[in-house]
Write a protein that binds this ligand. Structure first.
Ligand SMILES: [Zn+2]
Length: 138
């Protein structure tokens, strides 16, 4: 038996799909916020939540903020890359950053991959690996 959805949920999903489609059609790379910009957005969200902020916690507020911003093509700053591997990173549509799992000295002209996603050098976009994560490790 399929789950029942309300009319409001259908409208929300349609609106979200329309926003995502519009974002994907934009030719320019997604904007990546600086640490200072993301901190300012976090403080504004936390202030708006008032007494609810303490109950939600930093992780939940940051996750909600990241998802909301990524939906309209704005990314949080990337984390410091893990050492001893390629430092190339990209963010998925939810704004979560992924780091290339190849060796630091691999041929960057061949693009980057973390086994699940691959992306061309210099891009912040990525596409799923066609052969799947298990075979990408070989
Ligand atoms: Zn790489």
């Amino acid at each position: 038996m399929p789950a029942q959805t309300t009319t409001a949920e259908v409208v929300d999903l349609d609106q979200r799909r329309a926003v995502l489609a519009a974002v994907e059609e934009q030719p320019a790379a997604r904007r990546v916020l600086t640490e200072g910009e993301f901190d300012a957005a976090y403080r504004a969200a936390r202030a708006e939540l008032g007494l609810h902020a303490r109950r939600l916690g930093t992780y939940t507020i940051e996750a909600a903020l990241t998802s909301a911003l990524a939906t309209v093509g704005i990314l949080p700053p990337p984390p410091d890359p893990e050492p001893d591997q390629c430092a190339a990173q990209f963010a998925d549509l939810a704004g979560e950053w992924h780091q290339c799992a190849e060796d630091a000295d691999h041929d960057q002209a061949e693009g980057h991959s973390d086994g699940e996603w691959s992306w061309p050098h210099g891009e912040t976009y990525a596409v799923p690996e066609p052969e799947g994560p298990a075979e990408a490790q070989q």
